[in-house]
Design a binder for this molecule. Structure first.
Ligand code: PLP
Length: 481
């Protein structure tokens, strides 16, 4: 590592603080309250600042590099969002403040709920879940509660084979049996297989649309009709909403529950697994099951509105998150949405789709394109051709780092061998896209003429290849002296 740990840089007796001289009698603290063996590194403030600044510069980030990480929508996060979230009226709020002191914050949340309901075509929204997977969990718990109420023992959740791993994982965590539906030759849900899997035991189908192949399922309405005809519900994984924003609404396709990833489509920072924001939207019949608290609006005299936190909802599934969700992220999401306006949201979808198709058309001569049809906001290449020279998708991903580009998602979705999942987003310029094309073509040539070069990449990063299997199986995340 180019940067040692703070513990390694520590010098005993060199603290980063100065305390005034004691001017009261010395009184030892009760030993029961003392934490023992608190081995903190001892450094000056300047050394600490330099350490963290250097570490931040060792990373690839959306603010420093092109970041076409498929399925993650690594768009630029406008700094104005952070500025607004940092306003003292928002940043200094305490979640335990009484209702009458937080009317403005509640009004803001209600406004965001209404906008997200309009964008998705749903009747009610909860902003509580902290991520997409958390939205999935919340939505499926609501579906389970709904069927229990009706006395129906539906214990199966259907998931296409192109789905993100969180879909089957969430369903399995809740005790549902997961049944996988294969994709057809065009990358959509195979209708015959769907029919064969549908039964009175099916609680829901979870669908991502456009799916993780970047393809819009042309049979969406038919799928919805068939699932509903058997009494099942439709869950929309909104991770890819960027592609249809302002153009089409999952509520209009027949979906009953949707989650959105504000940290993708609505331009709030991704937080390394959290904190993000994964609001859910539901159709009216599921509204009673929404998590607590639900914000209600009561008209008062002189046309003012009082916002209240309603905890008295007997059918609610209860709390899924402390307080009201990740509030400052919700401020960012609202700022972004209002700044775009309805026409701007539609433009986001159009440009993200245009950018993806531009890259796809330019690269399909050099890499295998398993589904050669117009894509939405992302597309999948396969490094099959390069594999013939012993260069794998992983090698290509690593080589991109040497050219100052963050790799695309690799080996996902699982149904494409040697997958490279590329999502440029709408915030990249034509020059950046052209450079990416140039670099990808260069790497394809290197793979053919000098495979060892690609296999050994990266050469320019502080850490080259790590043993990711060892890192996952035996994570060593603590510093031991
Ligand atoms: C299609 C899809 N569904 C669900 C998720 C889970 O979302 P989150 O990472 O916010 O939990 C992701 C994340 O990348 C995704 O791409």
């Amino acid at each position: 590592m180019a940067e040692p740990l703070l513990f390694e840089k520590s010098v005993p007796g060199r603290p980063g603080y100065q305390l005034p001289t004691l001017d009261v009698p010395l009184e030892p603290l009760p030993t029961d309250d003392l934490r023992k063996d608190l081995e903190l590194p001892e450094l000056s403030e300047l050394d600490v600042v330099r350490h963290f600044t250097r570490l931040s510069q060792l990373n690839f980030s959306i603010d420093t590099h092109f970041y076409p990480l498929g399925s993650c929508t690594m768009k630029y996060n406008p700094k104005i969002n952070d500025e607004l979230a940092g306003l003292p009226g928002f940043a200094d709020l305490h979640p335990f403040q009484p209702e009458h002191q937080i009317q403005g914050a509640l009004e803001l949340l209600v406004l965001l709920q209404k906008i997200l309901a309009e964008i998705t075509g749903m009747d009610a929204v909860s902003l509580q879940p902290a991520a997409g997977a958390h939205g999935e969990l919340t939505g499926l718990i609501m579906i389970r509660a709904y069927f229990r109420d009706r006395g129906e023992n539906r214990h199966i959740v259907l998931v296409p084979d192109s789905a993100h791993g969180t879909n089957p994982a969430t369903a399995a965590m809740l005790g549902f049996k997961v049944v996988q539906i294969p994709s057809n030759a065009r990358g959509g849900v195979d209708l015959e297989a769907l029919d064969a899997a549908l039964s009175p035991d099916v609680a829901a189908l979870m669908l991502t649309n456009p799916n993780t192949l970047g393809l819009f399922d042309e049979n969406t309405l038919e799928i919805a009709k068939r699932v509903h005809a058997k009494g099942g519900l439709l869950y929309y994984d909104g991770a890819n909403l960027n592609a249809i924003l302002g153009i089409a609404r999952p509520g209009d396709f027949g979906f009953d529950v949707v989650h959105l990833n504000l940290h993708k489509t609505f331009s709030i920072p991704h937080g390394g697994g959290g904190p993000g924001a994964g609001p859910i939207g539901v159709k009216a019949f599921l509204e009673p099951y929404l998590p607590l608290p639900v914000i209600t609006e009561k008209k008062q005299e002189a046309s003012s509105i009082h916002y209240a936190l309603d905890e008295n909802r007997p059918k609610s599934i209860g709390r899924v998150k402390a307080y009201y969700g990740n509030f400052l992220h919700l401020v960012r999401g609202l700022a972004y949405t209002l700044a775009q306006g309805p026409g701007g949201l539609r433009k986001i979808a159009e440009i993200s789709v245009l950018n993806a198709n531009y890259l796809m058309q330019a690269l399909k001569k050099y890499y295998d394109l398993p589904y050669d049809r117009i894509c939405k906001h992302e597309f999948i290449l396969s490094a099959k051709r390069q594999k013939a020279h012993n260069v794998r998708a992983l090698d290509i991903a690593k080589r991109l780092l040497d050219y100052g580009i963050h790799p695309p998602t690799v080996y996902f979705p699982l149904i494409v061998a040697e997958a490279l999942m590329i999502e440029p987003t709408e915030t990249e310029s034509k020059e950046t896209l052209d450079r990416f094309i140039e670099v990808m073509i260069k790497i394809a040539e290197e793979a053919e003429k000098n495979p060892e070069l690609v296999q050994g990449a990266p050469y320019s990063t502080p850490v080259s290849r790590v043993d990711d299997v060892l890192a996952a199986r035996k994570p060593n995340v603590c510093w031991c002296s």
